[in-house]
Ligand binder design. Structure first.
Ligand code: 6R9
Length: 646
């Protein structure tokens, strides 16, 4: 690990919202009287009915509860739109940059308000009511933000499914939350290639009885099949809809959205966030961590299909009256300078992306960066996976020309927003460290037995107290929520991440300690890939582990046992890769498939993944104790064969 320390640059400290002094005062305040602190911070939102209760959360099983501001009422779209109209109605709310560099749109707060009201009226006309679930399967087009905010305006719960997921993955997410309506587009457009979104919806709906209507936004104008009585094009509905739509008064603890994410076991979980605490957290963290200044153009490159797109493309920035840039394309189209071209084109001040993109661009050489000016850049951000110090240094030196602090933000779908990150005007940086917890966040490191570890140490990362942006439940499965996050280390929220704390109290996330792999910053459960593989007629058994990957951070390594009589050859490898892509989506593409006549199992039949991980890493010198295996010779076979596939 790099030991370099980067102090706060004077020019950043001079104008920062949170200076070192202010941060110290705020830390003391939240420690001394947390409820008073949060009561004050919650004033950044407009409340329809002020709350009197603040934090009613408890992580212990006997009186388990997570609840914030529960008797208050507010509306998310009113906070993101209506309240800005007077002061910044004509300011850009969304700058949309198309996949094709010649295409863009600028949408002011007034226009956004109008579009959201129209979309909300369209949803109401189609029978969507408060509390109904709406699945959004859209590309990165402004209508995606319109649709999200329209749901919040009328109290419907959105569930966004990333456009890269397959029809099967989409179908299971629609079924799990019983959506009545799906919003999609004819096709998406990424890197000049089209993505058949509507056709995927058609295939998914063969297996979903709950869906009554499908609204289709025409992005490319490509030909699509429209089912009579079910499918409707958006444009004529929008044109006919009124621009007036009063917002619903929602309880702070009313559901806002569901977002499915992979865990270590079973099918993806419907992470549920509620209205008040989530919006406060998204807004506050966007303001403090990015030190957002009115008028600045802020760009988070995440897709709205992921939590980062929810909190830091849409809700955080819009709640703060910011100008948020929404990018349809990819970093390498038309060429590897696209990110920096876009920064220059729109004078981007704050740029937030993932390490995997940085590593891919770094590999292409500095000229693609240096061909742009980037003089508008002030703050850089990183999210999704640990950033290796080499990529960090490159980001800092080449992209930011040593003048822009990098905020390495650690958080999860479950946390709603950033929990551990530097404050650019207050925190000295260490490359590769997410640095320190935000106000009110109490990280705790525990050993495997749950013993709390003090000082400089390695451990499993838990959080000791609730924070407003915390998820409230797994949709329809509150027991699974408790079991997954609160039963491993009683009294604590367990993140699933390993972490080191250094002598300065800085946190260094070391990666997942469970069976979740992080591929290009996207979470994938090994169990999901395994069940896709065993669904193939020729596969008897599969075990999937993460492996180091230079660009993606982690790749997917699959050990596959075939049914008797089947031949494991390259043709079958290709077939299985295509199969998994079709079952789950391209993000689940296995990087290595190793045919394994046997898997290392204990006598009780448990697969020893520790051994499989080591073999996938190519680190076979330290396999540890293999004596408990039912058949230790399996390991030698696996090692010998791994040399053939790698
Ligand atoms: C926001 C998001 C969460 C998992 C998390 C951790 C990893 C995210 C990180 C990071 C190191 C960072 N992760 N940010 N690891 N440094 N700055 O990515 O949510 O998709 O739910 O993934 O991603 O392992 O547990 P999500």
């Amino acid at each position: 690990m790099s030991e370099a320390v980067y102090p706060v640059p004077a020019h950043i400290a001079a104008s920062a919202t949170i200076t070192a002094e202010k941060a110290a005062v705020m830390r003391a305040a939240v420690q001394q009287d947390p409820d008073a602190f949060w009561r004050q911070e919650a004033r950044r939102l407009d409340w329809i009915t002020p709350f009197t209760r603040v934090n009613d959360s408890n992580f212990n099983e006997a009186d388990f509860a997570i609840s914030w501001f529960s008797d208050g009422q507010l509306n998310v779209s009113a906070n993101c739109l209506d309240r800005h109209l007077e002061t910044r109605g004509d300011q850009a709310a969304i700058i949309w940059e198309g996949d094709n560099p010649a295409e863009s749109r600028v949408i002011t707060y007034r226009q956004l308000h109008e579009e959201v009201c129209r979309f909300a009226n369209v949803l109401k006309d189609q029978g969507v009511r408060r509390g109904d679930r709406v699945t959004i399967y859209l590309p990165m087009i402004p209508e995606a933000a319109f649709a999200m905010l329209a749901c919040t305006r009328i109290g419907a719960i959105h569930s966004i499914v990333f456009g890269g997921f397959s029809p099967d993955s989409l179908a299971s997410r629609i079924r799990d939350c019983d959506s009545r309506l799906v919003i999609t587009a004819d096709e998406g457009l990424r890197g000049g290639k089209s993505v058949p979104l509507k056709a995927n919806v058609d295939a998914a709906l063969d297996h979903c009885a709950s869906v009554e209507k499908v609204i289709v936004v025409q992005r490319t104008g490509g030909a699509v099949k429209m089912v009579e009585g079910r499918d409707l094009f958006y444009a004529p509905l929008r044109d006919a809809a009124s621009v007036d739509c009063p917002y619903e008064a929602m309880g702070a603890e009313d559901p806002l959205f569901i977002l499915y994410t992979s865990g270590s076991t079973g099918t993806p979980k419907g992470v549920l966030h509620t209205t008040g605490g989530y919006l406060l957290w998204a807004s506050l963290t966007h303001d403090y961590v990015f030190d957002y200044k009115p008028g600045e153009v802020y760009w988070c490159t995440a897709d709205i299909g992921w939590v980062t797109g929810h909190s830091y493309v849409v809700y955080g920035p819009l709640a703060n009256g910011a100008t948020t840039l929404m990018f349809e394309g990819v970093p390498n189209y038309p060429d590897h300078s696209r990110f920096w071209q876009v920064c220059d084109k729109w004078n981007v001040a704050i740029f937030y992306t993932a390490p995997t993109a940085l590593r891919a661009l770094m590999r292409e050489g500095d000229d693609y960066v240096k061909s742009s000016s980037r003089k508008s850049l002030r703050i850089l951000g990183s999210v999704g996976e640990p950033i290796n110090p080499e990529a960090w240094e490159w980001y800092h030196r080449v992209v930011g020309e040593d003048r822009c602090p990098i905020v390495d933000t650690w958080w999860q779908t479950e946390t709603g927003g950033i929990l551990i990150a530097p404050l650019p005007g207050a925190t000295a940086l260490k490359p590769g460290s997410a640095t320190q917890p935000l106000f009110g966040v109490e990280p705790v490191l525990v050993d495997a037995e749950g013993k709390v570890l003090e000082g400089a140490t390695d451990g499993n990362l838990c959080i000791a107290q609730s924070w407003p942006g915390q998820m409230r439940t797994v949709y329809n499965d509150h027991d699974r929520f408790f079991q997954t996050y609160f039963s491993t280390y009683p009294g604590y929220y367990f993140t699933g991440d390993g972490c080191r704390r250094d002598a300065d109290g800085y946190y260094w996330i070391t990666g997942r300690v469970d069976d979740v792999i992080n591929v290009s910053g996207h979470r994938m459960g090994t169990a999901e890939v395994e069940s896709a593989l065993v669904a193939h007629a020729k596969v008897a058994e599969a075990a999937v582990v993460g492996m180091p990957h230079a660009i993606k951070g982690q790749g997917i390594y699959a050990y596959v046992t075939l049914n008797a009589g089947e031949e494991g050859d390259n043709a079958l490898r290709k077939e299985l890769v295509a199969w998994v892509r079709r079952e789950i989506g391209p993000i689940a593409t296995p990087d290595v498939i190793q045919f394994a006549p046997g898997l290392p199992k204990t006598r009780s039949g448990k697969i020893m993944r520790r051994i499989l991980r080591k073999i996938a890493e190519g680190d076979v010198s330290s396999l540890g104790d293999t004596s408990t295996l039912a058949d230790p010779s399996v390991v030698d076979h696996l090692i010998a064969d791994s040399r053939l596939v790698n």
